[in-house]
Design a protein around this ligand. Structure first.
Ligand SMILES: NC(=O)c1ccc[n+]([C@@H]2O[C@H](COP(=O)([O-])OP(=O)(O)OC[C@H]3O[C@@H](n4cnc5c(N)ncnc54)[C@H](OP(=O)(O)O)[C@@H]3O)[C@@H](O)[C@H]2O)c1
Length: 312
């Protein structure tokens, strides 16, 4: 199981922080009976199911009676979670998926359609975060291919592979786990991550509008802070209120049950309205803040070849 990444600061981890995180939202649905009524017997494909939010979502949907297809690169973790779901009486299968490798995506989609013949829910949850000064990426093409693969081109390819069968059956729901960061002022050092998340958000919404008349719906979750291995390297984030992976999984459950077009933390409405109006002062302020922030230890370790680049 994942290391649990908890808020480090007493305020964020205590009752006030938990209450603030709940208030900020987006809200989930934790009622198991309601979830079971929706997903029992359905085929749910979850990308990035080896860690964090994806792993917890797989557990939640598996416990509610869905047949869960877990996709990611770390097969040991995927198998362990699938085994856990099956031991609890659920149905789950682990299939390797590397969203940065087109052949892997084709194999993943072919195997799903061959084994199950359909997909009821496609949860685009896999993601690769990166906060690194651009000069550290000059000689690292992997920064581009890993973020574009996991966050943009890979989910596009997977949608192209699975959407035709969903539209043909005139049924299915797609969830895109995006980030509220795409509704914030553009932030220095986050270029690869935010542009790839924003690119897929726009593409998926355009495709979702075409697919809706054919019975395939889309929820975009503009997720706020979630305390996972992804956010852990930015230490200041662990002092802020955020959702645990289990809480975030209930947000995905709400997306499957209620099928809203989008879900957003409360402050996301504010930033969506203010950011276009105050672009220049915000850019000046963010430039100044990020010049002082430096790079995370994880980002520097990956550049120096002494660490993984999966969470940085
Ligand atoms: N944590 C936050 O504060 C936050 C905030 C807003 C949005 N989000 C979004 O929430 C989603 C879940 O993130 P998390 O916090 O749960 O992060 P996480 O714990 O790091 O999990 C990310 C998952 O994505 C998978 N993944 C990464 N690259 C992949 C690739 N090339 N092919 C297939 N799978 C890949 C990883 O599996 P393998 O390494 O095994 O492949 C892992 O299972 C992401 O889309 C992220 O962008 C997170």
């Amino acid at each position: 199981m994942d290391t649990v990444h908890r808020p480090s600061n007493g305020l964020a981890a205590g009752p006030i922080g938990r209450a603030a995180a709940r208030l900020i939202g987006p809200r989930g649905i934790a009622d198991p009976a309601r979830l079971r009524r929706e997903v029992d017997g359905k085929i749910a494909v979850i990308t990035g199911a080896s860690h964090g939010v994806g792993a917890e979502s797989a557990r939640l949907l598996g416990a509610a009676g869905a047949t869960v297809v877990l996709g990611a690169r770390s097969m040991d973790e995927l198998e362990a979670i699938a085994t856990e779901i099956k031991a609890a009486g659920g149905t789950a299968v682990a299939i390797r998926l590397d969203l940065a490798d087109p052949a892997s995506i084709t194999d993943f989609a072919d195997e799903i359609l061959h084994r199950f013949g359909r997909v009821d829910y496609l949860v685009h949850n896999a993601g690769k975060s990166l906060r690194r000064s651009i000069h550290l990426s000059y000689d690292r093409p992997k920064d581009l291919t890993a973020t574009a693969g996991a966050n943009y081109l890979g989910p596009m390819r997977l949608t192209l592979a699975l959407l035709p069968s969903m539209r043909a059956r005139r049924s299915g729901h797609i969830v895109n786990v995006s980030t509220v960061g795409v509704l914030f002022p553009v932030a220095p050092k986050w270029g690869f991550y935010l542009s790839s998340k924003a690119g897929f958000d726009v593409w998926m919404r355009a495709v979702g509008m075409e697919a809706r008349p054919d019975g395939v719906t889309l929820t975009t979750i503009y997720a706020g802070l979630m305390h996972t291995r992804m956010s852990a390297p930015s230490r200041w984030m662990s002092a802020l209120p955020g959702q645990t992976p289990a809480e975030a999984a209930t947000v995905i459950a709400r997306a499957l049950i209620a099928k809203p077009r989008f879900m957003i933390p409360a402050y996301g409405y504010l930033t969506s309205a203010v950011v276009p109006l105050a672009r220049v002062p915000l850019e000046i302020a963010f430039t100044s803040v990020y010049r002082r922030l430096g790079d995370t230890d994880a980002a520097l370790r990956a550049v120096n070849g002494t660490g993984s680049c999966d969470a940085e």
